[in-house]
Unconditional design. Sequence first.
Length: 527
Amino acid sequence: MTCPAIKFRSGRWVALGLVLCLGAATVRGQEAPPTAGEILQQFEKRLKALEEENRTLRDQMRSIAEAKGTGGASTVASGTAADPAPAANDGPADPTQGAPTFRVGETGVTTNTRGSKRRLPLKAYLGQGFELSSDDDEFQLQFHNETQVDYRLFDHTGQGTVHNGFFIPRQIWTFNGRMTKKLEFLASFQRGLSGFELRDALVNLKVLDEDRLMLKIGRYRVPFTYEFYAVPNYDLISPERSVFAINFSNIREIGAMAWGTLRDDQIDYAAGAFNGQRNSFEDLNDEPNFVGFLNARPFRHSERLPFLNYLNIGGSTEVGNQAATQAPLALRTSVNASQGSGASTASPAFLSFNNNVREDGMRAMGSLHAAWFYKRLSLLAEWDRGFVNYLPGAGPTTTRVDVPVDAYYVQAGFFLTGENVTRRAPIQIRKPFNLKRGEFGLGAVELAARYSTLHLGGQVFTSGLADPNLWSNDAGVLDLGFNWYINSYLKVYLDWQHTEFGSPVVFEPGRYYLNSELYWARLQFLF
């Protein structure tokens, strides 16, 4: 006997059908009851038919969804079990270790100008940022967030607006990735102490393999001084850069440069043309500035001198003409020059130019640097020298004033908790902060120290650029503190900054000081 052909829609109806078939055979008594093997064969046949119908129904539903324009919704790939996200100190997940896989839409995510679409299954990683990547890693999109929150306590306040309190020096959102492994892009936005701005907007083309030659075009960090170009702000030893860098670095400009790494990681180079205006978007004259950077690691692969493998030596230069550009009106010790006049609440000034002063004419700067990284130790030193032309007024008979600038810094960092460094970059924390029994850790602790100076020529006073009765053309800044790396995402700076001025600096009418103290705490979140 065989059971009637019944289309069963679910497992429970299959079971019920089998029971009815067996019951009918027993009642009739005209045929021998089916064997156990025959029952299993019939069960498997009905189950396969059910699966085929379910597949057909699922395909029909997808077709209906696409016709209605809902095919772009994000869904987890069918049948893929998502693995746990990597630990905070693991960095980006290894693509070979079963990372979670996501599909964005059924027909993919890329659309050309004619409206056709390309199927592109994506993998998602969570580490130092959130990343979506194609199966072959040709296409990537990453998102990063950087948040810095300060508390600054000054021994002297005044100058109209300087006061103690909480500040947010940087809130940065970054989108970066690549369209094929040869073409990269980056765009970032920042809300700092003085306003919201487009921070970076660039494309980078890899011309030769192994990063030997690349072309970068757009707005980005100019390769002048090792401290500014080679060390990201979130990997600084002290909360901010040296007094020269925060006042005279070019910050970010629009331009184009060739750059790369040669001789098996022994030479870094960059050379390009830029607008010239510090932290600018547009140029005010027809002449671009030249900026060049060269860094060598002569003992990078030495077996006889392994402790010098990460010794860096080199220099950089920046030269060009300016056109009546408004220079930073005030020079400060603990605020980046890109923050503008609104940053006066976060740092007192030691020299303030008169309101009608403009940077005009030739500007030429040079820098020599050395940086050595060995096990727990970071040592950096840099000497900066050059000149800037200023206009003391706006009249047609006003003559330019050539003001020399001279500066240097020496800096050290040492990890008490045993972390090794080969450059200033995110570190692998040996024991991230955790109070759980069996997983106890206090994070990483780094001692930090720096001394930096900045001197401007006496012409800044004798030529009417600033008032010698109120300001100083010399500043020496000492930073002492330590950094606590709680995990790969959280870092705490605790810093004492002591500044000595070359002559008394005004804070309020009748209040002049030869020094300034800043007690500084910063919480930094980097994702």
